[in-house]
Design a protein around this ligand. Sequence first.
Ligand code: AMP
Length: 396
Amino acid sequence: MKILVINAGSSSLKYQLIDMENESVIAKGICERIGIEGSNLVHKANGKETKYEQAMPDHTVAIKMVIDALTDQEVGVLSSLDEIGAIGHRVVGSGEYFTKTTLVTPEALETLKKTYEFAPIHNPANVMGIMACMEAMPGKSNVAVFDTAFHSTMPDEAKLYAIDYQDYQDYKVRRYGAHGTSHKYVSQEAIKYCDAEGKDFKIVTLHLGGGSSISAVKNGICIDTSMGFTPLAGVPMGTRSGDIDPSAAKFLAEKKGMTFDETINYLNKKCGVMGVSGVSSDFRDLQQATEAGNYRAELAVNLFAYNVKKYIGAYTVAMGGLDCLVFTAGIGENSAFTRARILKGLECLGVEFDAEKNKQRSSSIMEITGENSKVRVLVIPTNEELMIARETLALC
Ligand code: AMP
């Protein structure tokens, strides 16, 4: 079966057509500037890139352009739309309305609209993508794959904040986590790689990128994750503060004359390793500056690594042990420098890594476990689109 995977943003729409026979990408592309002047579609298939510049006033027009590109006589890869078996959609937030991948029925669509308050920037756009596909390709199965679903198995003591329980019940304020599709994908790949299916196997997955989150995955089930009600929580990130005492935020707001919204924006956009270093949010720049002797750049990297280490320790205790550490996403997959700073000092948990293997690069799974390590250390490229396609296939 061929599955079309859609990741719709407010003004962009990414897609991949995946052949599930061999899980290969047949075509992929991105529509940009939807609803804005200068919109365009870049379509890649058969090693060729084609750019279409055409007005895209809304997501329905964007989807129609994607369909045209996929079925184009010259650059297309489908003889007809009938070849698409189902459509899988990334949906960011679920609130407590959904706990797993869901076929979008008319009732589910109405419920999806209730989730907007839990992801106000992303979910309305994700749902626009779903509705555009329903309109442009009537009769096809549309499946919603939630970033939060993998974390829905967290026990109450991990997912709840220590607020008035009634407020949790009334407003559903709790930890939801993020990057769940990535954590699920890399943990499943690690289980396969380590031949640990059905075995007692405890993994800490480290999704370290522009946004970073860490999960404790015990026997394939997520039992805790570092992001919270929103993706602002957890370890410090590129520009996000991560965990901070709310009273410190209030103190800063008063000192700097910021409103509540401005303070949240400050914590999301002006903090993290960017704020600490004053150099960059990009770990390539931070490495360069550290090697050139910049104190604040090195402090930012150390602050990041220290906080990641703390989560690894906490999750090892939460799971009652540790068998495998998995690095993924932009930093996790590419920054040997940052991985080394995280891994040094974890010997007390039985974690040792091979410094030479750590410096290598690979587009597939890379094992950097040290000779005497009790814990496997893996670098696994994430693939959220493939995970969405797998989830969609499982339901159709
Ligand atoms: P992501 O959000 O997963 O796309 O990750 C983006 C981040 O990964 C960037 O902001 C960089 O900090 C980091 N990154 C990407 N490539 C490299 C690299 N080659 N070396 C170090 N960091 C990298």
